[in-house]
Design a protein around this ligand. Structure first.
Ligand code: CP3
Length: 335
């Protein structure tokens, strides 16, 4: 059993494993080099040799306890027939959502389209030692809907009435759930031993809709993971005190807290779960003294509770890799 699954399943507190969201990415010069020769991001994700190589790049540099497969949550909308482009400085752009096309999707075709992602997982697993986890991931239904239906332009609060007109909510959520379960299963069969569910836009759901769009869909996915014995970590970013309710309803093995959550509050309110992350990725731009204080704040706070060191969101492209190495060493030598 890897250190991370030990922490998630057995709630082991004897060591603090460490990995970082977006640990394979633009802050690494070796990634930027591959990326500069591969202008099409989706194609790069579908190149199993290169995505496996990128997945392992941070592990060649640092003493991390997990690799997270180099892919994207938007591979699922791609697999379901939307085109996905990444425009420099602007973020992702998807072709217009078409309900008919969406509902016609068949499982075989989806698995075939995303097969290179699964191959990349198998290739990576072969090169990874047993005590290291290989983390797979998906976007939660709500976060995928935000991208699939182009709701992201008007940041902050979203007027759900606007999308409801031509949107059969329960039909869309049900169909998404089916394909997300398939994507989880395919990734596990390929060699992943953990899955993380990113609900990056959960924080903009109005309170009266959070049950239908966040808690219930996440619970269905977590229940499925338990059924197939796959440890699962949820990350419902930005939901504030609703983290408590989320945990009571969804009950994943692990939960990643974001940088707005006070770690003390998390320790007192989020129980019987393995906690993960929390530190603001912007702290990595501060001087070493301040970084150490902040790292120790999380380590001290979560002493004797099952905890996986990570951040409150993904690593930023401006991060200095040497700083990351120092943080990892500090976590590893913490007593
Ligand atoms: O190392 C890892 O964590 C694995 C790789 C990974 C990527 N995306 C690669 C990527 C993971 C786990 C993701 C998840 C993801 N993708 C999320 C959930 C986490 C979060 O950030 O909230 C979301 C919302 C996306 C959607 C997405 N993909 C956006 C908004 C963007 C563009 C802006 C940005 O943040 O980079 C991407 C592109 C993307 N995904 C890149 C990488 C390395 C950058 C591509 C490039 O080189 O331009």
């Amino acid at each position: 059993m890897s250190k991370i699954t030990n922490c998630l399943i057995k709630k082991d507190t004897s060591c603090i494993p460490v990995w970082f969201m977006r640990q394979a990415g633009r802050y690494l010069p070796e990634f930027r080099e591959i990326r500069s020769k591969n202008p099409n991001f989706i194609k790069l994700c579908l190149n199993s040799d290169l995505s496996s190589e990128i997945t392992l790049q941070p592990l060649d540099r640092f003493d991390l306890d997990a690799a997270i497969i180099f892919s994207d949550i938007l591979m699922v909308p791609y697999g379901l027939g939307q085109t996905v482009e990444f425009i420099k400085g602007k973020g992702p752009k998807l072709s217009k959502f078409n309900m008919k096309v969406f509902l016609e999707n068949k499982e075989d075709n989806f698995t075939k389209k995303l097969n290179p992602v699964y191959q990349a997982i198998t290739k990576t697993r072969k090169k990874l030692s047993r005590e290291k986890s290989l983390i797979s991931f998906i976007g939660a239904p709500w976060t995928l809907i935000v991208y699939m239906m182009g709701l992201r332009q008007d940041k902050k609060k979203i007027n759900l009435e606007n999308i409801k007109k031509d949107f059969k909510r329960d039909v869309v959520l049900e169909k998404l759930n089916k394909f997300l379960c398939l994507h989880i299963k395919n990734q596990m069969n390929a060699g992943a031993d953990v899955v993380q569910i990113f609900d990056s836009w959960a924080g903009i759901i109005p309170d009266n809709e959070i049950n239908d769009y966040c808690f219930t869909p996440n619970k269905k996915l977590v229940d499925y993971c338990k059924e197939i014995n796959l440890p699962v970590v949820c990350f419902p970013k930005g939901i504030g005190v609703n983290y408590k309710k989320f945990l009571e309803i969804v009950k994943p093995h692990g939960i990643n807290i974001d940088y707005d959550i006070d770690p003390k509050w998390a320790k007192d309110n989020l129980k019987n779960v393995c906690l993960q992350g929390g530190m603001d990725p912007k702290i990595l731009f501060e001087d070493e003294k301040k970084i150490n204080l902040e790292v120790d704040k999380y380590l001290d706070n979560f002493r004797n509770t099952p905890y996986i060191f990570n951040l409150g969101h993904g690593l930023l492209p401006e991060t200095n890799p040497d700083i990351l190495a120092k943080i990892i060493n500090r976590v590893k030598s913490y007593k």
